[in-house]
Design a protein. Structure first.
Length: 277
């Protein structure tokens, strides 16, 4: 086979390569698609003068207090699972905590008045804890970011994200990059596989010094985190060092979390604006 006969993927006559949708969605153009998920978010951050972020992570399945109460009323009337509704009410404290903490962080960051926007609330753009944090930031009249992932089985419109900063990703690893690259603090509420994946990736990057900047990690909710992950057992088995337990901070209090984050950012984040690792 000659060079001219080598298959080159789908083509459309008369179209420039960058205007050819068949090519752009082909296997050969995967590198361009990955690069676009770096360059487009970067351009939006620069346009909105965002220096860095505070990331909120947690379950997409948690409900607000008002929604949980409505679920209980419906279940008591025979429409729904009463046990699930009561569990939703118990877990709604985390939704409300994320909402309040994001509100307080946004008010605090807006008050800094130093050049570009600092410590902007950023989430995964979905429902649950993500919606709660975007909602709190929106209620504080601050811009906020949603890094949404396209999943065939889920569609959700988070109405609280600043529209120009509602970013849709195809590649999980590029979404994780944008969680990490501008982050100056990460707050994790109870969550499932996705939240645990994000937690351990960030811990690993810090432990291995792939991330050299100081990033406070807050695990919100002793009852959940102490039962789900026994970090002390990892020390006892010798699979992590005792000092690795200092990589995160556990709390049940919005006020305590707010005080811890703002003190850390004041001491270590204010003098290092911008996206960096």
């Amino acid at each position: 086979m000659s060079d001219d006969d080598t298959p080159r993927g789908p083509t459309s006559a008369g179209l420039k390569s960058y205007e050819n949708p068949d090519f752009l969605h082909s296997r050969e153009a995967r590198g361009l698609r990955i690069l676009s998920e770096y360059l487009e978010p970067l351009s939006r951050f620069e346009h909105h003068e965002i220096d860095d972020t505070v990331v909120f992570m947690g379950s997409a399945r948690l409900n607000s207090a008002e929604d949980a109460v409505a679920m209980i009323k419906a279940a008591e009337a025979g429409d729904g699972d009463l046990e699930a509704a009561r569990r939703a009410e118990r877990m709604s404290v985390y939704y409300e905590a994320a909402r309040t903490l994001a509100f307080k962080m946004t008010e605090w960051s807006k008050g800094l008045q130093e050049g570009n926007r600092r410590f902007v609330v950023c989430t995964g753009g979905g429902p649950g804890i993500m919606e709660a944090a975007n909602r709190g930031a929106s209620e504080a009249k601050g811009i906020n970011i949603g890094l949404t992932i396209s999943i065939p089985t889920e569609e959700f419109d988070n109405p609280y994200i600043t529209r120009e900063l509602d970013l849709m990703f195809h590649y999980f690893f590029m979404r994780k990059f944008w969680f990490t690259y501008p982050a100056k603090a990460v707050v994790l509420f109870p969550g499932g596989f996705g939240t645990l994946d994000e937690l351990f990736e960030i811990l690993t990057l810090i432990q291995t010094q792939k991330i050299k900047k100081r990033v406070p990690i807050i695990l919100f909710g002793h009852e959940f985190w102490d039962r789900v992950i026994d970090m002390d057992a990892l020390v006892e088995f010798g699979t992590i060092s005792p000092g690795d337990l200092d990589l995160f901070y556990r709390t049940d209090s919005v006020e305590d979390a707010f005080a811890y984050i703002t003190s850390e950012l004041t001491a270590h984040g204010l003098d290092t604006p911008g996206v960096n690792l």
